[in-house]
Design a binder for this molecule. Structure first.
Ligand code: BG6
Length: 490
């Protein structure tokens, strides 16, 4: 590919940072919030999976069940997820944005943010999920947050469902496997659009919808793992996505609804055609979701796969027409790393790539993955793109009140260069970059605090102890300079 001559970014490029309510907001059950799926998860680590805690309603016995990727949640009979005394639940506390949003937004403004990605916690608006009326106190909280952002001219980018849903919808309906959840989500979307149409222009429906097969519970409130359950839940989410776009057009077409995809380029380990075929197959695990939500159609490769696996979707007559007529208008995606596969070892979902270094958590460090992703998605859909998550999770050390995180600066600098190349050399339309976890928050994967992505340090440990004070890291000043120079000073 052609080499770059300069780094340039469009004047209206939306520089900023990203967060999610279940990892950031906290506020437990204050303000009338109900429990959401992540609230009953404990912390974990690199080697220990996060667990769901439960109580047996008949025997009063309590216990822990590991959340394993691509497996059903195995709770004993009569057991229900519940909070246990003495246990620490990272999502309930987050890093206390609920009480500190003014301080945090002031820091974002100091860095020069143009955009602030956050999510609304569905259970703060509809505590059980299936009520007729929303929780006014929850709505007021987000009003206050959006007003604070406006004070600094920062544009919110709001995810409607970021790895959570009211726990009660998961328990009583099986999450998105139940068609009625489409209606509950529609009601939720109507409330958000009506209330915030003057304050929020950019919306994302479901965070990393393509992770549903890996984490059905967190992505879609689905406790059961089976190809049938996952496909049915995904179908309902597609219908809800189309209905959300339609609703937005009716309420205020100036708003924009985007899709949110977790995308990782997949490389064939060798130049063997078999490795390349497997790589295409694995990329389709993600692209299927954008083909439907953005392309507006169910792709042939997925229909064939369903046929092979005996998956039969329950659909309604209008579904496919809705999906075709109301695609998402832009694509927000997360991209942190790439994968590598070999047809000789198909059971391994990712092999070590000999050309790339890895982070402390084993994620490849591959700045080219951004340019590759931007090109792949733009060529396929011709819709504007927004890198809504990218960053480096690493352990930080505080030395005399300072955090010298050159490793994070290096990672982000290479990311920014890769985006600049996609814009300037390839002509990709990129709306913005919101760096993941711009302020340290709980890790989604491990529930840890020590896996830090932030440009701002938060004084808290894995058990929730600490002053919660915010400290500017070296990367804070670096990003401030990048934004001020519109990406020319890296
Ligand atoms: C994305 C999620 O998958 O990656 C975020 O949308 C998550 O919620 C981020 O935090 C980083 O993953 P982790 O496991 O390091 O927090």
């Amino acid at each position: 590919m052609t080499e770059r001559k300069a780094f340039r970014f469009p004047e209206n490029f939306l520089w900023g940072g990203a967060t999610a309510a279940n990892q950031y907001e906290g506020g437990g059950t204050e303000g009338g919030k109900g429990l959401s799926v992540c609230d009953v998860l404990t912390g974990g680590s690199r080697t220990r999976k996060r667990q769901m805690t439960w109580i047996n309603r008949v025997t009063d016995e309590t216990g822990y069940t590991e959340l394993r990727p691509r497996q059903s949640l195995a709770l004993p009979e009569n057991a229900e997820p519940a909070l246990l005394d003495g246990e620490y639940y990272p999502s309930l506390k987050g890093v206390d944005f609920y009480h500190r949003y003014k301080e945090d937004i002031a820091l974002a403004a100091e860095m020069g943010f143009k955009a602030f990605r956050m999510s609304v916690n569905w259970a703060r608006i509809f505590p059980q999920g299936d009520e007729e009326e929303p929780n006014e106190e929850g709505l007021q909280f987000y009003d206050a947050v959006f007003d604070e952002l406006k004070k600094y001219g920062i544009v919110p980018l709001v995810t409607m469902c970021h790895y959570e849903m009211p726990l009660s919808l998961s328990l009583n309906y099986g999450g998105w496997t139940d068609r009625r959840v489409v209606g509950f989500f529609e009601r939720y979307a109507r409330v958000l659009f009506t209330r915030y149409q003057k304050k929020v222009k950019y919306w994302l429906t479901f965070n990393e919808i393509d992770n549903i097969a890996n984490f059905p519970l967190i992505c879609a409130g689905v406790p059961e793992y089976s190809p049938q359950a996952v496909a049915q839940a995904a179908h309902h989410m597609f219908v809800a996505s189309a209905k959300t776009v339609k609703l937005k057009n009716e309420i205020n077409p100036d708003m924009m609804v985007g899709q949110m995809l977790a995308y990782m380029p997949v490389y064939g380990y060798s130049c063997s055609p078999k490795d390349q075929l497997l790589a295409i197959d694995r990329e389709r695990d993600a692209l299927f979701f954008s083909d439907v939500q953005v392309g507006g159609y169910y792709p042939a490769y997925k229909l064939k796969e369903y046929e092979r696996n005996g998956v039969v979707l329950k659909t309604e007559a209008e579904d496919f027409e809705l999906i075709r007529r109301y695609p998402c208008e832009f694509i927000g995606f997360s991209c942190y790393k790439s994968m590598c596969v070999s047809a000789g070892q198909p059971e391994k979902r990712n092999l070590k790539n000999p050309y790339l270094e890895e982070s402390e958590w084993g994620w490849t460090i591959d700045p080219d993955c951004l340019r590759l992703t931007l090109n792949e998605l733009y060529d396929r859909y011709r819709k504007p793109l927004w890198i809504v998550e990218n960053g480096l999770g690493a352990e930080d050390t505080v030395e005399n009140g300072k955090i010298h995180d050159q490793y994070r600066i290096d990672y982000l600098r290479d990311s920014v260069k890769s985006i600049a190349d996609a814009i300037n050399l390839d002509g990709v339309e990129v709306m913005g970059l919101t760096v993941w976890g711009w302020i340290d928050i709980i890790s989604a994967g491990t529930g840890e605090m020590k896996k830090r992505y932030g440009l701002v340090y938060v004084d808290m440990d894995d058990e929730g102890h600490g002053s919660l004070d915010r400290i500017r890291k070296d990367s804070f000043y670096w990003y401030q300079k990048v934004i001020r120079s519109e990406g020319t000073e890296l």
